[in-house]
Design a protein around this ligand. Sequence first.
Ligand code: ZN
Length: 365
Amino acid sequence: MAPLTLLRGVDAYAPAPLGRKDILLGGDRILAIEDHVPVPQGVEVRVVEGAGLRAIPGLIDAHTHLTGGGGEGGAETRVPNMTVEGFRRAGVTTAVGLLGTDCTTRSIGELLACARGLEAQGLRTFIYTGGYTVPPRTLTGSVREDIVHVDRIIAVGETAISDHRSSQPTFDELVRLAADAHVAGMMTKKAGLLHLHLGDGSRKLELVRRALTETELPPRVFHPTHCNRNRPLWEDAKRLSRLGCTIDVTAFDADGDAPDAAGAFLEWRADGLDPSRLTISSDGGGCLPTFDADGVLLHMDVGSSETLLAAVRALVAEGIPLGDALAPMTSNVARLFRFRDRGELQVGRLADVVLLDDRWSVVTI
Ligand code: ZN
């Protein structure tokens, strides 16, 4: 492979629109973004003609089950590992992996090994320690030590609340986890978040709201996800964002009158909520189950990161500028997770540039 790559005349989005640009990549970094970058001399350069292509920051999918989720309908419903090809097709360059319901037969060690395997094949990865349960599944026995000592571990989650599959954590247990994540994040400059799986339970975000009034923990620490899974939860999540929390919605098919990811974005905008406080993740590799009243699994789908670009495409079709539609899965995630080297096309950042053709397919170069 040539040491330098020059993307010529691409329609660039930082995610804010930059117009037609030449982008020079080398040493795994963005070296230049200019109207015209002359072909560097004395070194091998691969020139890619970018006419008709859009260049966007690689998507950051902050909720993926790298080892596969599932297992809620018996061992035969365990989902297999995610593949690097799947992420590539989806335009995802950084995936944050986690354990879900099944953190009993699956472990943080297995998740870490899986993340390392994907990393060796060209995907950038991080992981959460924990899983649905409290006390959480960890590598070292402590959430704080996992985050402080293991480079790839950056936060805790997806800790389940308001769900029949949760450990029914108490308020004290939950804020202890959040505090450990927060302090470990400060010590390491990592995300230091408590990423919360929200179920269909009527308590919704009650525990988080209580944490914001009764403890000193800053709102940024709490990152609830699946907030668009039903209408009452979604309304509660929008209210919570006004207290400073960033809200994550999942790019899945929503039930009833709950919005899908694109619909959630449109409502967020219509309600005048802070656009930087919305993130979208895929739940890729996770199971999307339907249960009966006794908690028996009736039906299960598997999530995919490809739903992220599908949501962007749906938003653009609704007249949303592409840069705005990209923010919840690029710059917004990067800001919340303290990823200073990605999430935006900017000189000096990682060369995680994704090219899209006019049919929204990812073009591999
Ligand atoms: Zn979940």
